[in-house]
Design a protein around this ligand. Structure first.
Ligand SMILES: [Zn+2]
Length: 404
């Protein structure tokens, strides 16, 4: 990439500094819990129009979508704009929806997870339109996705499957601490269900207790979690019993139904088949008639759109030599003089783009993932400026690599 172009882009970002910081402040001040994102989505759409995006609207699910350019290569920037709730037990020093700034840092719900990237996408789009007008070799989508905290993956699954927009490359705005994140563990949910036979508690010998039937299975799942092997760079998978449900005709009867809900994180080499097989082996070992199933994730967006999909989101990771990762590393170097790659511990919308559709995906954004969903969320404003330089330059670095 020519230095004069890089300089031009970065100077334009610097000139937007105050605009960028007041934009992220506004995004923090608009409360946008999952399923309640109408106000923030409408704000983002109207701002993108004001910034000269070629198109800005909310889709059938309620995601904010902005587009610039009309080139054959489609790049999608995605930041989910919903947040988890602020609970009564959280101890905020700064009000969570104040967007207060102190010593160059901003505090509030969403300053980590993950509104800054949205502000960066919007300002970089504004700059690109100012400098290049209609002359783009690519199409760039800036997406403010909704309901990610409840159904990671689904919002982008919707865009690809139902809105007919299939990007060639995706950049996620989940916090990476300005590293180039290139993968994450997969995620799935499972249920194990077992039935017994009810009887009066006074004649319990006549019944078969479903809870007792589940007990050795739970104990083996706990052991399984400790036996799972790490695979770099994603580390080890995990399995967690997240819920136990039982039924009985009354609290004075033998339980005749027991179901456990499981959260399973998958590393490289683990998938739906291997995970189900492991559980079936445990069940077989105990000569149990318990059944394993994969539930659906279900919900309704702020637009009233209902959705339902299997709770299986595959693992994904890209090599450092992949053109997308390489372009991101070069962009990072140009924007801040250094580049480091990483992976996420948690799950992102990449489970749909990379995991289900095999679309090359990375992430780049300010802030520390480990502070997500906590009252310690903090954003170094200068890091957002660096990230915005990244977002402005990245499509050009990518185009150079894929044209080669
Ligand atoms: Zn997030």
């Amino acid at each position: 990439m020519e230095n004069s172009i890089i300089e031009k882009l970065f100077n334009a970002v610097e000139a937007e500094r105050e605009n960028l910081f007041s934009l992220i402040q506004r995004l923090i001040q608009i409360k946008s819990y999952s399923g309640e994102e109408q106000e923030i989505v409408e704000f983002i759409v109207s701002k993108m129009k004001e910034y000269g995006f070629d198109e800005a609207y909310h889709d059938g699910f309620g995601n904010a979508i902005g587009r610039i350019g009309n080139g054959p290569i489609k790049i999608m920037y995605d930041a989910h704009v919903d947040t988890v709730k602020v609970t009564e037990t959280e101890n905020w020093v700064h009000p969570p929806f104040g967007g207060e700034i102190e010593n160059g840092k901003m505090y509030g719900r969403g300053v980590v997870d993950e509104k800054p990237a949205m502000a960066g996408f919007m300002i970089s789009g504004k700059i690109l339109k100012q400098i290049y007008g209609d002359n783009f070799p690519f199409t760039l989508y800036a997406v403010g996705s909704v309901l990610e905290e409840d159904a990671d993956g689904y919002p982008l699954y919707h865009i690809i499957q139902d809105e007919g927009i299939r990007p060639d490359y995706v950049v996620l705005g989940e916090p990476t601490n300005l590293k180039v994140n290139r993968g994450q563990r997969g995620r799935m949910e499972l249920k194990i269900t077992v039935t017994g036979k009810s009887a009066h508690g006074a004649h319990n010998q006549k019944g078969i207790n479903a809870i007792y039937k589940m007990q050795p299975i739970i104990a083996d799942i706990e052991k399984l979690d400790k036996k799972l092997k790490p695979k770099q760079p994603l580390g080890k998978g995990s399995i967690t019993v997240s819920q136990v449900i039982s039924k009985a005709p009354s609290t004075c009867s033998v339980s005749d139904y027991c179901q456990i809900h499981l959260d399973r994180r998958m590393t490289i080499g683990e998938n739906k088949n291997t995970v189900v097989k492991e559980l079936k082996e445990i069940i077989k070992k105990h000569k149990s008639d318990a059944k394993v199933s994969i539930p659906n994730v279900e919900g309704t967006s702020w637009k009233g759109t209902k959705f339902s999909m299997e709770a299986y989101f595959p693992t994904w990771v890209y090599d450092e030599k992949h053109p997308l990762v390489d372009a991101a590393m070069k962009t990072s170097k140009a924007a801040m003089g250094k580049a480091k790659s990483g992976v996420w511990s948690f799950s992102t919308n990449g489970v749909a783009t990379a995991g289900l559709f095999g679309i090359p995906t990375i992430g780049f954004a300010p802030s520390d993932e480990s502070l997500s969903h906590s009252s310690k969320e903090v954003l170094v404003l200068n890091d957002l400026l660096k990230a915005t330089k990244f977002y402005a330059l990245f499509p050009f670095e990518l185009m150079e690599r894929i044209e080669r």
